[in-house]
Ligand binder design. Sequence first.
Ligand SMILES: [Mg+2]
Length: 173
Amino acid sequence: MQKYIPKMYKSNIYEIPYQKLWEKGITHLLFDLDNTIVPGHVKKATKEVKELFTHLKKMGFTIIIFSNSPKRRVHPFGQDLEVEIHPFSMKPLKRGFRHVLKKFDIKRENVVIIGDQLFTDIIGGNQMGILTILIDPISTRDMFLTRWNRFRENRMFQKLQDANFLEKGIYYE
Ligand SMILES: [Mg+2]
């Protein structure tokens, strides 16, 4: 069960203590795209996301949109937000994570994955030995596959809650 437990849990990407992460030595932020940065059906980032990312880049972070979605979905966000992208990342497999570490010549302890799904973002990051931050999904208007994952996810959440590991809406750092 340990592999499902995020190191940190926040309601959204704006609540994350980025300064603290920076002080811990985190230099690279891997952001999931769908339902983490924008709802799954939305094609453009909001002004708030742009402002947050501009701020984070000024702090010194390198931002990488690390998404299981195809390039045609992820690329426009990379352009618009002026950040790196890694589409078709195949989370929770280690392959994509390894690729990023190699490409940016960084160590596990310098990276964090921020995402809304236990079964991809959190397991993937935990298995890779990098810091994991769970946030609540922005939208519930998901595609069928995500809805099925969400169903499994809710059951897992229940199990974690029963074991006092993680409770929906009880955020921690
Ligand atoms: Mg997601």
